[in-house]
Write a protein that binds this ligand. Structure first.
Ligand code: BG6
Length: 487
């Protein structure tokens, strides 16, 4: 990861530039890169969308998104005036060849003005149904011919299952080399997630105990209080297993359990992560109930507010059997992790909004202290809070002050907010800069995506065949369905 050089001149073509992702995430992230002086002098965003908008309307729309969602707050007039000149907009039909000849013309004109070739980044912030058309058309128009400079970014969902993911990979690889393809999993751009590698491999302290001899089990939880918001239509065809476990949670599991990389080379890191995915024990379809559990939220209360049942959300089928909560118990069958269960869990409308990983260590082999001293005894844990708090804490036993020898669990805490006063970049800032710099480390390679689908396919098939008669089975604002915390 090259964290010091500015990228060379760049044109980002955003398909779906008037959509929600571009409005909330991509353009505010680009704006923050600009504020932090990471953008090259010559820089252009070419926004394309089906929506009719003039350039001033598009600029106003982007301005509004930045003011609402940027981590650096509202724009300052002088900054904005320079930035808005980097924006272009064109109403476009993604199926029409004329769209791609327009892009070609625009790129050529801009490069002439800039006096040289630029990075061309094609960002697909569109529904998956457009991907095939866009990729093929980019290929046909010769826009991806320069393998060094042209790159494509694919958002999730990356397929609906193993076969569709393979198909998408085939389409992408017909036009682009793997080195030009950036499959986004935005969790990998989060500061605290990147820090897992630093924590594990920049310290000599943890590695000797990071294995089956000392670790009892690992819990990886991404709990959200939000429901499906305005994405009911998408989510009802996806479900929590596809939406969260297949990508974000399995990636976290990889970072926690991968072997030390020899270097920070993109493929070295990705190889080590793929090794983990390949080592995850297969689940037989008839055994799925032993390894996976699902749930769907009913109405309930979140932070004192009444919220709807999933089946009453806009865009959701009234009899939907889609899971809004999914949890799995996984084993990594290799030397380091044999017998250590990894519990991954994710749900919407839960009691808290918190993403965290807890490493539970084995108890001490012998308790030398008298039983009255150890009433509160807990095995050690390391907890990495990914969001909203960004902390790492180590829980251990200490003597409680006083004349008696009484033990108490205490916490040693590293807190980002207390240790660093500088702002933390958003995941999309990190990832977009990586794309501009041509660094694929934090992106999913084709084989990783397919290996991750392979792991969850038996669960998807079993859940599809076996209708959940008890849905909805957890009230909004609770920890998920009964039994989900103990299996
Ligand atoms: C997305 C999922 O990938 O991640 C959403 O599609 C989910 O359903 C979101 O809410 C969570 O991301 P974050 O960054 O808000 O924790």
């Amino acid at each position: 990861m090259d964290s010091t050089t500015k990228p060379s001149q760049t044109i980002i073509v955003i398909f779906g530039a008037a959509g929600d992702l571009a409005w909330r995430k991509l353009l505010p992230a680009i704006y923050n890169l600009y504020l932090d002086n990471w953008l090259p002098e010559n820089f252009l965003v070419l926004g394309l969308d089906i929506k009719t908008m003039s350039l001033p309307e598009f600029q106003l729309h982007v301005h509004d998104g930045i003011n609402k969602f940027s981590r650096s707050g509202k724009t300052k007039k002088k900054d904005w005036q320079t930035f808005e000149n980097c924006l272009l907009y064109k109403k476009a039909d993604f199926k029409a060849a004329s769209t791609y000849s327009f892009i070609d013309k625009q790129i050529k004109q801009t490069e002439k003005l800039w006096n040289g070739t630029s990075n061309r980044i094609f960002y697909m912030a569109v529904s998956p149904s457009f991907i095939e058309t866009i990729v093929t058309s980019i290929g046909n128009a010769g826009l991806a011919a320069d393998k060094m400079c042209s790159r494509i970014v694919a958002e999730k969902p990356f397929g609906q299952d193993l076969n569709s993911a393979r198909h998408l990979n085939k389409i992408l690889c017909t036009t682009f080399d793997e080195s030009q393809i950036y499959r986004i999993d935005h969790f990998l751009g989060k500061e605290t997630v990147q820090n897992i590698l630093a924590f594990r491999f920049a310290n000599a302290l943890f590695e000797p105990i990071w294995n089956r001899n000392y670790i009892d089990h690992v819990q990886i939880t991404v709990a959200e209080q939000l429901g499906v918001e305005n994405r009911g239509g998408y989510f009802d065809h996806a479900g929590a297993l596809r939406d969260m476990i297949q990508n974000h949670l399995l990636q976290l599991l990889c970072l926690i359990s991968m072997e030390p990389p020899v270097s920070f080379d993109a493929d070295e890191i990705r190889n080590r992560k793929t090794d983990v995915l390949h080592a995850i024990r297969d689940i037989e379809q008839h055994d799925v109930h032993k390894y996976a559990i699902r749930g769907q939220y009913n109405d309930g209360w979140i932070e004192g507010k009444k919220v709807k049942a999933y089946r009453d959300e806009p865009g959701v089928n009234k009899d939907s059997n889609t899971e809004t909560f999914a949890a799995m118990k996984l084993y990594v069958d290799n030397w380091r992790w044999q017998g250590v269960p990894f519990y991954v869990r994710s749900g919407k409308r839960m009691n808290e909004a918190r993403s965290y990983i807890t490493i539970h260590f084995k108890p001490v082999p012998h308790k030398s202290f008298p039983s009255e001293a150890t009433g509160n005894w807990q095995p050690n844990t390391i907890t990495m809070n990914i969001q909203p708090r960004m902390t790492i804490s180590l829980n251990f036993q200490a003597k409680r002050p006083g004349l008696q020898m009484l033990l108490n669990p205490v916490n040693m805490l590293f807190d980002y907010d207390e240790s660093y006063k500088t702002g933390t970049p958003e995941a999309y800032e990190t990832l977009l800069l990586d794309v501009m710099q041509g660094d694929t480390t934090l992106f999913m390679r084709a084989d990783q995506v397919e290996a991750a689908w392979d792991i969850i396919m038996p669960v998807l098939s079993a859940w599809q065949e076996d209708i959940p008669l008890n849905f909805p089975n957890y009230p909004a604002g609770m920890q998920g369905p009964e039994g989900s915390d103990i299996f």
